[in-house]
Design a protein around this ligand. Structure first.
Ligand SMILES: [Fe+2]
Length: 166
């Protein structure tokens, strides 16, 4: 589980809309998707959870921000040993997953692949169906998994629709 102390630090550092495209609800869905995938892939669930709440934490905008993954990795590094306590090996997987999550890579350790898939499976929130060609694990490419992931973002899409244009 992510500690309340870590969440407070992340929230204080986050520069964008807390309930926006790359905010808390996206992270919560990435966590749910990631933990579901981890049970099938054997990925480390703690790394997957930390990835969910950190990978977009340093975004400077909701559009093009190619360095936000690298900033997220450095942010994670600043917390390792205090609010994050991973082994060196697991930490390097978390940092790698954060740093390269938007580079379109698919080959990596299965924990890293599971992190990337959990993020890519939440593309339904912007009206895109995740393309199996860009998913890393066979568990994520299952049509049932893609369909389930698409359903997870519907309440958020609906709440945004009710709020109207911001
Ligand atoms: Fe993301």
């Amino acid at each position: 589980m992510i500690s309340p102390e870590l969440m407070t630090v992340v929230q204080n550092e986050f520069a964008l809309d807390w309930d926006g495209l790359h905010g808390l609800y996206h992270w919560q869905r990435v966590r749910e998707i990631g933990l579901r995938l981890a049970r099938l892939t054997g990925a480390n669930p703690t790394v997957v959870e930390l990835f969910a709440f950190l990978h977009d934490a340093k975004r400077a905008n909701n559009h093009r921000d190619p360095e936000h993954g690298a900033r997220a990795a450095e942010f994670a590094r600043s917390l390792q040993g205090s609010l994050i306590r991973l082994s060196d090996r697991e930490f390097e997987r978390l940092a790698f997953a954060c740093r390269y999550h938007t580079n379109g890579l698919t080959e990596a350790h299965v924990t890293v692949q599971t992190c990337w898939d959990s993020d890519r499976l939440d593309l339904g929130r912007i009206g895109m169906t995740p393309d199996p060609r860009y998913l890393c694990t066979s568990a994520a490419r299952e049509p049932e998994m893609i369909e389930w992931a698409m359903l997870q973002c519907q309440p958020w899409i609906e709440s945004r629709r009710q709020k109207g244009p911001t």
